[in-house]
Design a protein around this ligand. Structure first.
Ligand code: GCV
Length: 835
């Protein structure tokens, strides 16, 4: 019988910095009454300290201590002791403790968990399976779930990998949580404590390998000194059942090997890679394999020598094969294109490069495919390549790091986005063909397959740079284990483990998180047009024009009358024809294309009416207002939790949600201004370009400030901001406020660039009501921008300011470095107005 602890809200808890993630083992209020029902000893069936079974014993001990304050001893024999937790492999159990005949068949990494009274059995098919079982049991206890259970739990796929894009100098490509925990100054860091802690977190959600270096790989990762360093990382991973894998630079034989070629069929190249692989296995016997980005974005590959991508992949597969290693070969291969060619389409590239190669890859090659055909956009249709590789193993590549989705400065819970692809039915051969069944190997009878998640944790104690972003990592693991898992129920497990069992905490964070991806899509790129972020710079703030007039192929083809990519077969790029017939027919016809992807597949007038009844342009306007409005509510929802979450995490999250509320307005206005300017079609609700509660900085009385035409124009209200006249002049902007007397929120929109930390002060009738510093380069965890633009544009709000009609508002800006204390506008907001 399931017994779920219903708990009164926990009193204020001690400050937490996030380092333990969801493995806090926080005391369970009121749990003392269950103490006598708990096991009083642990039997871990392996006494070797580096074995996952040993670690499982220690975790169980730590968990019982933390959650219940109960001290429990560990032994390594006596497995039939009553009131104990026995943890080990099935084989070891049979050997030491008698028969395990009653157990169901387990698959690799699977486990059996049974709780009967105070006797608990956790048996893995292998050692890490036992550790996974221990973490599952602890997860139940930490959530106050004392159910009696007896079940087997097997992963749906063997590949449950994490990709880190860490560089040897310690920087991380698209990382927003600090520097690398693995590398610095060209080699492996000496202190690997964080690497071990990371492995612990990953193991607790069933993830089993980490590619530790960037796919844009530096060949010197393979020097003898670095192999030794990698060996040390593998040593700290091993007790958690986490294997190490490496990204390779295809041209390594020429870069560090002294060869004159990297042709994959050249015997000297084959010998070179065989030798490197042997060396790696000598130091790291459980080395997981290689990840290869070849012939993509300037990375070298087999095409240089007119060899196929399959020949390139097999070059690595062969030396790995005797050791059981795997090659993850990325399908992210494309060329620059010319937009004046109506039929050119980057989305077609992966299928064009790979479809003819199906069946030519060695069995230990897995083609790693990004969820959509472009690049981790806010919404993409499922990559059609999943339908083409029937005789090749595949894995889906997801991005936990929020490269195009707010870079951990916006709350965006990603699993609902991932599920649009995992649950998509490609209808291969007119049969059910869910992507999740393809990647797990079930649909095409492949033994390999699974998921790769780009995570990019760093040295920040929050790992990803934001406490709430950790739900994405947790959920990634749970979905890699079983892609049929439900995003909301996984999320709620994470909330209980991370923030406790208070009902209002669970409900509030659930609501915010589940609304976050739709909100982000609403205030960034709608209807399948892609994120509309600046694809030529930081991938963070708005810049719709950056999509077009370049060779990257992320085009919108927006002009004065129309927008969208025509990807039909009859009139466009022919991309729809890459899907199996039923799906192709759905997307080929605009009447059967869902609204949320209409601009991905069709080029239409702004006045085209959607299934919803709205025109495209009005949908843009409405969605942007609604998305930004929802983002304001995240902050107020979070504030309702004050006192229920420790101050350290409460304040940190509060800071980020405040930022998001402001930046969502920057997004809203930039995109709306851009398309209003382009189309000339007014907003039916008269909001766009009409801001009754704003005072433009350029219309204030200026001293030491001058006007500045912002580029892109749409990222400034009225296209203009003000900056100090020199980098050392203090600027003053003054105005009389002519609003009816009352209490308002006073919002100031400004630009916080890197390269300086300007200081602003706000006065009302010469009484200072607030001040702030432009230090987002330190606080946001991502590189903002050196310009006044949609990345640096931000807002600060002073709440509940009493204003009399005719009061004088003065803002004093002191520049710093190259940052000229830029200001865009002031909003005087009555309650409930978001302007
Ligand atoms: C690691 C996008 C990202 C790059 C990334 C690349 C890839 O283009 O912006 O930072 O490179 O994808 O996935 O290889």
């Amino acid at each position: 019988m399931r017994r779920l602890l219903l708990l009164a809200s926990a009193a204020l808890v001690a400050a937490e910095n996030g380092l333990d993630g969801w493995l806090r083992y926080a005391p369970l209020p009121g749990a003392s009454r269950y103490l006598h029902d708990l096991p009083s000893s642990i039997v871990s069936l392996n006494a070797s300290e580096t074995s996952p079974v040993y670690v499982a014993g220690s975790e169980l001990q730590k968990g019982l201590q933390g959650i219940f304050g109960k001290q429990v001893s560990i032994s390594h024999q006596n497995c039939n002791a009553s009131s104990s937790i026995v943890v080990g492999t099935v084989d070891e159990y049979s050997k030491l403790c008698g028969s395990s005949a009653a157990l169901p068949e387990l698959e690799q990494d699977g486990f059996w968990l049974s709780t009967k009274g105070n006797s608990v059995q956790i048996l893995g098919r292998n050692e890490r399976g036992a550790l996974y079982g221990a973490f599952e049991y602890l997860s139940m206890l930490a959530q106050g779930n004392f159910s009696q259970v007896a079940y087997a739990n097997n992963p749906r796929a063997p590949i449950r990998w994490v990709n880190q894009w860490d560089n040897l100098d310690g920087s991380i490509e698209r990382g927003y949580g600090g520097a690398s925990i693995f590398f610095e100054n060209g080699g492996v860091v000496s202190n690997l404590t964080r690497a071990a802690q990371y492995a612990r977190l990953l193991a607790s959600i069933g993830l089993n390998a980490v590619v530790v270096n960037n796919v844009n790989a530096n060949a010197s990762i393979l020097t003898p000194q670095n192999i030794e360093g990698l060996g040390r990382i593998a040593d700290v991973f091993r007790p958690y059942g986490v294997q190490l894998a490496l990204s390779l630079n295809f041209a390594s034989p020429t870069i560090i090997g002294g060869l004159s070629t990297y042709d994959p069929l050249d015997p000297s190249v084959i010998a070179w890679w065989t030798n490197v692989t042997d060396q790696l296995y000598q130091r790291i016997p459980d080395f997981a394999g290689y990840l290869v980005k070849a012939d993509s974005e300037g990375q070298p590959g087999p095409l240089t020598y007119n060899r196929t991508l399959a020949q390139g992949a097999n070059l690595f597969a062969k030396p790995l094969q005797p050791y059981g290693g795997i090659v993850m070969f990325r399908a992210f291969v494309y060329n620059q294109l010319n937009e004046s060619d109506w039929k050119a389409d980057r989305a077609k590239a992966a299928v064009e490069f790979f479809q003819g190669l199906d069946g030519q890859f060695d069995d230990n090659v897995v083609v790693q495919i990004k969820y959509g055909p472009i690049d981790f956009q806010v919404r993409e249709p499922t990559s059609p390549l999943f339908a083409h590789l029937r005789n090749t193993s595949t894995a889906i590549e997801l991005e936990i790091t929020q490269e195009y989705l707010g870079q951990q400065c916006h709350l965006v819970y990603l699993p609902p986005l991932w599920k649009t692809v995992l649950d998509f039915d490609l209808r291969v051969d007119q049969k059910p063909s869910l992507v999740r069944d393809i990647i797990t190997g079930q649909r095409f009878n492949r033994t390999l397959g699974g998921s790769a998640g780009v995570v990019n944790v760093g040295t920040n104690t929050t790992w990803l740079g934001s406490h709430l972003a950790m739900s994405n990592l947790y959920a990634y693991g749970r979905l890699a284990w079983d892609p049929a898992n439900d995003p909301q129920s996984v999320l709620q497990d994470w909330i209980r483990l991370t923030f406790g069992l208070d009902r209002s905490v669970i409900d509030t964070i659930t609501q915010m998180s589940m609304e976050s991806w739709p909100a982000y899509e609403n205030y960034s790129g709608n209807l399948g047009i892609q994120t509309l972020t600046d694809i030529l710079y930081t991938h963070f703030g708005p810049n719709p024009a950056s999509q077009d007039n370049n060779g990257w192929g992320q085009w919108t083809r927006a002009d004065h009358t129309s927008i969208g990519m025509d990807r039909t077969v009859w009139n466009g790029t022919g991309y729809t024809g890459q899907y199996p017939p039923e799906v192709a027919a759905m997307y080929e016809n605009i009447d059967t294309t869902p609204d949320n992807l209409v601009l991905w597949f069709h080029h239409v007038n702004y006045t085209h009416r959607l299934h919803s009844g709205k025109t495209v342009i009005q949908h843009f306007y409405d969605a942007h207002y609604s998305g930004a409005e929802t983002a304001q509510t995240f902050l107020t929802m979070w504030e309702s939790l004050k006192g229920k979450i420790d101050d350290e995490r409460y304040n940190d999250v509060h800071f980020r949600l405040t930022y998001q509320a402001g930046h969502s307005i920057v997004w809203r206005d930039a995109i709306n201004n851009f398309y209003f300017n382009l189309s000339g079609i007014p907003d039916e609700a008269k909001r766009v370009g009409n801001h009754p509660w704003r005072v433009e900085a350029e219309s204030m009385t200026l001293s030491g400030y001058k006007t500045y035409a912002v580029n892109p124009f749409e990222t400034a209200s009225n296209t203009t901001a003000i900056v100090t006249t020199t980098n050392s002049t203090v600027g003053t902007a003054t105005t009389k406020l002519e609003y009816p007397s009352g209490t308002y929120d006073l919002a100031v929109n400004y630009y916080d660039m890197y390269g300086g930390k300007s200081h602003w002060q706000v006065y009302l009738n010469n009484r200072k009501i607030g001040e702030w510093v432009g230090n987002s380069e330190d606080t946001l965890g991502h590189t903002p921008s050196i310009y006044l633009d949609g990345h640096s544009a931000t807002r600060i709000t002073f709440r509940g300011v009493k204003i009399e009609k005719g009061d004088e508002l003065k803002i004093v800006g002191t520049p710093d470095g190259v940052e000229p204390a830029p200001l865009d506008y002031v909003s005087v907001l009555p309650e409930g107005v978001v302007d």
